[in-house]
Ligand binder design. Structure first.
Ligand SMILES: [Zn+2]
Length: 255
């Protein structure tokens, strides 16, 4: 899996990637964080009493409604849907997006084995979070479609996480849109955000040392940070960028 970390826990990204189907391998690739993927999920009685579990049916309905609303109304999600469609990988909501109960440390993920986005219904409970998960995971889906991305290749993984952080998550950070910081400071803060976010994402999926992960991210950073497809500009919160990117989608051939 490519895992989207729960932002309230540590900052945030992506996990479903798998190859062999043994449980041991599954854990190494992050499937342990998605119990419904393995069919091992069952509510714990202590959690039902705390009101944390046992409401999966209701959560799923809410989650699916949020997904549907984002696909109908969110400019960035609509743009990504169009980009995927014109790249030959159209998204069928029922087939490619799945609301599931996940470990509380993750908010969503992308499963390249099944070409499916997982939205963690017990964590991503608000529409804004669902939009963030969909946009982020659709970048992975796009890279997988466009580039024959190999999630087992560390450089590929680092690159797609850099792109997802750059085009979605880090564009929402406040430092980026603050008027008082100098341009260079903003640029630096934005790059730091992308590197940090990508690092968390890579470390969440792969059991490698931090230093090694940092080296890989630094190595591919210049090339992957520059690659703004299919959004074309970084999306800033509270700006018209989302709508603008969507309006300009035809220039990039996404219609
Ligand atoms: Zn990710």
């Amino acid at each position: 899996m490519s895992t989207d970390k729960n932002p309230t826990e540590s900052g945030g990204t992506s996990k479903p990637h798998n190859e062999e189907n043994t449980n041991k391998t599954s854990e190494a690739w992050g499937y342990d964080l998605y119990p419904e993927r393995r069919g091992t999920f069952s509510p714990k009685i202590s959690n039902i009493l705390l009101g944390r579990e046992g409401k999966e049916g209701l959560e799923k309905v809410k989650c699916e409604k949020n997904v549907y609303d984002c696909i109908k109304n969110s400019s960035i999600v609509k743009l990504m849907m169009a980009a995927l469609r014109s790249s030959g990988c159209p998204v069928d909501i029922r087939r490619h997006i799945s609301c599931e109960v996940c470990d509380y440390s993750v908010s969503g993920g992308y499963d390249p084995e099944l070409n499916q986005i997982v939205v963690c219904q017990n964590v991503s409970t608000r529409k804004g979070m669902v939009q963030g998960v969909l946009a982020h995971e659709m970048i992975h889906m796009f890279d997988y479609c466009r580039n024959n991305l190999d999630f087992k290749n560390m450089e590929h993984l680092a690159c797609t996480e850099i792109r997802a952080a750059n085009l979605t998550h880090c564009s929402f950070t406040s430092a980026w849109s603050q008027g008082d910081a100098s341009w260079n400071k903003i640029k630096e803060a934005h790059q730091d955000c992308v590197k940090t976010k990508a690092l968390y994402s890579v470390l969440a999926v792969r059991q490698i040392g931090k230093a090694e992960a940092v080296d890989i991210i630094e190595k591919v950073f210049p090339k992957c940070y520059k690659d703004l497809e299919p959004i074309g500009r970084r999306i800033r919160r509270n700006s018209e960028d989302m709508d603008r990117a969507y309006r300009e989608a035809s220039y990039y051939g996404y219609e």
